[in-house]
Design a protein around this ligand. Structure first.
Ligand code: CA
Length: 660
């Protein structure tokens, strides 16, 4: 009797100090617990009973008050939310989104202070903060966010270091172009500046059975965790992940030195206002590859001014570099795109000097007669780096930008590729948004290079196409090391960079060498089938491939024919098998046409029997594969009764299976 009274008292007192609120995903697999501990909010996350995020801090410190402590929890409200949306330019053309939402409202002096909104769907946890005006005070500067992510001990990391500001080529960093480290223990901090989003983590063999337990069939699966953010616009800054200690990482703001030190790393907000969402995708690797969370949580910010044309195109610069951006060579590439049945040509830097505006208008007319649209390269720069490439000084000023865009509209230009941005401070995020919304006024699509990660932009900005934000194909031209590591990197991107946003990689080379005569320069190590596979593996609704006009005669006919047909927009993605940096097999389809593709970076030939339920027994399949010397070929097979097929992928090779 006495004991139970004591226990009751103990429970009551602990409730008084710490109120636990819980919210689960619709399928119950993910459980988020939100507690207010002596006025400080915390959260923790579990997936199928396994710890994903141990108790971690919430809140922010602003110049009008500290929202990490002395908060009074006023209410905890939950509801179901659902959304149904179609987006032609992401991994899945239609999404039925279902989640449970919880809003914890905090007060100070009996006035609303801060809300924390959580959304929990079957694959993802997301949260964001909403700050309210404080009396007559309606603006604030967020000095720091304390939001952190305490990962369980023993978690390993798959991360891309943030580069220091004003470094690299012509002082253009950070531009999300560094090499990943794979399966490293937690506790490091990249090059001292943390890591760019998204950040992938792994807990070894904790799902569906315990590690090493006797009698288990060894079917335990790793638990994966992908941390990122979405919904970032000119109302905030782009964030990164900084190691606090051990396996705990926290939200970091931009570095002070970005934009040549001009502007603050801290965001300013007009209240009431909400921050971008912090997202945590959890589960087996399929959840990581198939997540749509970057798009589920955002809204379209303006209507498209016209229907935008997605598709394939060619791009001379990757093989011919700056000198190729001349009238005759671009005309040859327009003819090449037309011969391939492709939709566009991307004309890179120095076109304003080497072709000029008048002859560009002539070139655009020529392209239009051939059913080809032109994308033109621009330097974003005002005052944030030394990159001399032109046109320059055209897009960083609204008056000049809109004049330039009017000229493009008048001359039938389809879109722009803007390069060399200056980091993630708020004025730079505003520049992205201003370029996008002005471009929409003039019917132009936007591709960004030397840039930040897109954060839900495919849905927010209907004329946004894709961003680089990765060590992309240019490095294959610049150095043999990148060619040697091409397959390894190709096996990373579908799990990390490309899963949260369209990636403008500019790959699928069929040249043997990265040079116009195809006889010298860096040597491609990957096979032709690998090139075909990555056309499906890397997702972007507009793809400018690294193929060249000579490939019409010097590349295998089956490869060229495949590249004419391959889609760039997809109804769905299904992860089949793989491991970051080692190999990947996935499937995409558009309508009833499926493409199952795989690539292998491991020294040992990959041999896998996979079940492909999307192909009925007896379906005629084209199988593109490599022999041990990486010579590709295509053969037709009929789907067997078990609906299984055995793949053999040598190192640096690929496989593609498609229904005829
Ligand atoms: Ca670049």
């Amino acid at each position: 009797m006495k004991r139970s009274v004591l226990l009751c008292l103990f429970l009551l007192s602990s409730f008084a100090i710490m109120a636990d609120n819980q919210i689960a995903s619709p399928d119950g697999n993910i459980v988020v617990t939100i507690s207010t501990d002596n006025g400080s909010p915390h959260y923790r996350v579990a997936y199928k009973g396994q710890v994903v995020i141990a108790p971690s801090a919430l809140g922010m410190v602003t110049n009008i008050g500290d929202y990490t402590m002395a908060l009074v929890e006023k209410s905890f409200e939950t509801k179901m939310v659902s959304d149904s949306y179609s987006l032609p330019n992401i991994k899945q053309s239609h999404v039925d989104y279902k989640a449970n939402e919880a809003i914890v409202r905090y007060e100070r002096g009996e006035k609303p202070a801060m809300d924390i909104t959580f959304r929990v769907s079957n694959r993802d946890v997301a949260f964001r903060y909403t700050l309210h005006p404080r009396g007559e005070t309606r603006v604030c500067v967020v000095e720091r966010e304390v939001s952190n992510f305490a990962l369980p001990d023993g978690t390993t990391t798959f991360l891309c270091p943030q580069s220091k500001p004003m470094g690299g080529f012509a002082r253009t960093t950070p531009s999300y172009e560094t090499s990943y480290t794979l399966d490293e223990p937690a506790g490091r901090n990249g090059w001292g500046e943390g890591y760019t989003f998204p950040c992938l983590f792994r807990r070894q063999e904790v799902l569906n059975g315990s590690k090493g337990s006797k009698g288990s069939k060894g079917n335990a699966e790793d638990l994966w965790i992908l941390i990122s953010e979405t919904g970032t616009d000119g109302g905030y800054v782009g964030c990164r992940l900084v190691n606090e200690k051990g396996s705990t990482y926290s939200i970091g703001f931009p570095q002070k030195g970005e934009m040549n030190g001009v502007g603050e790393p801290t965001p300013a907000m007009a209240l009431p206002a909400s921050t971008p969402w912090r997202t945590i995708t959890v589960g087996p690797l399929a959840n990581i590859v198939e997540t749509t969370v970057p798009f589920d949580l955002v809204e379209q910010k303006y209507k498209p001014s016209q229907e935008y044309i997605y598709g394939k195109g060619s791009w001379s610069w990757i093989i011919g570099m700056d000198p190729s951006c001349n009238f005759d060579e671009q005309k040859r590439y327009i003819d090449f795109s037309a011969a391939m049945g492709w939709q566009s040509v991307l004309i890179d830097a120095f076109w304003d000097q080497q072709i000029g505006y008048e002859r560009m208008a002539e070139l655009s007319r020529y392209a239009q007669q051939k059913g080809v649209g032109l994308f033109l390269w621009y330097n974003s720069n005002g005052t944030w780096n030394d990159a001399p490439q032109t046109p320059i000084g055209k897009l960083n000023n609204a008056r000049i930008r809109r004049e330039e865009m009017k000229w493009m509209k008048d001359n039938g230009i389809r879109g722009i590729k803007v390069d060399f941005f200056g980091g993630d401070k708020q004025p730079m995020m505003q520049l992205y948004e201003d370029i996008l919304s002005d471009a929409n006024d003039f019917g132009l699509m936007c591709i960004f290079h030397g840039c930040t990660l897109p954060r839900g932009w495919e849905r927010m900005y209907p004329n946004y196409v894709a961003s680089e934000a990765v060590l992309a194909s240019e490095n294959l031209h610049f150095g043999q090391g990148a060619c040697d590591a091409e397959a390894k990197n190709g096996c990373i991107h579908p799990f990390i960079r490309n899963t949260v946003g369209s990636m403008d990689f500019g790959g699928s080379t069929l040249n043997k060498f990265y040079s116009a005569d195809n006889k010298r320069g860096t040597v491609r190590r990957t096979s032709d089938v690998y090139a075909l596979a990555t056309a499906v593996l890397f997702q972007s609704a507009v793809q400018h491939f690294a193929m060249a006009p000579n490939n019409l005669t010097d590349a295998p006919t089956w490869a060229v024919e495949f590249m004419k047909q391959v889609p760039t927009t997809w109804d769905e993605v299904r992860f089949i098998d793989g491991y970051p940096g080692k190999y990947i097999i996935l499937a995409r389809h558009t309508g009833s046409k499926w493409f199952v593709v795989g690539i292998n970076a491991e020294e040992q030939t990959l041999k896998k029997t996979i079940t492909l339920p999307m192909f009925e027994k007896g379906t005629s399949l084209s199988v593109y594969s490599d022999d041990a010397q990486l010579n590709g070929s295509v053969k037709t097979v009929s789907q067997n009764k078990k609906q299984q097929i055995t793949l053999t992928i040598p190192c640096n090779g690929g496989v593609v299976i498609t229904n005829d």
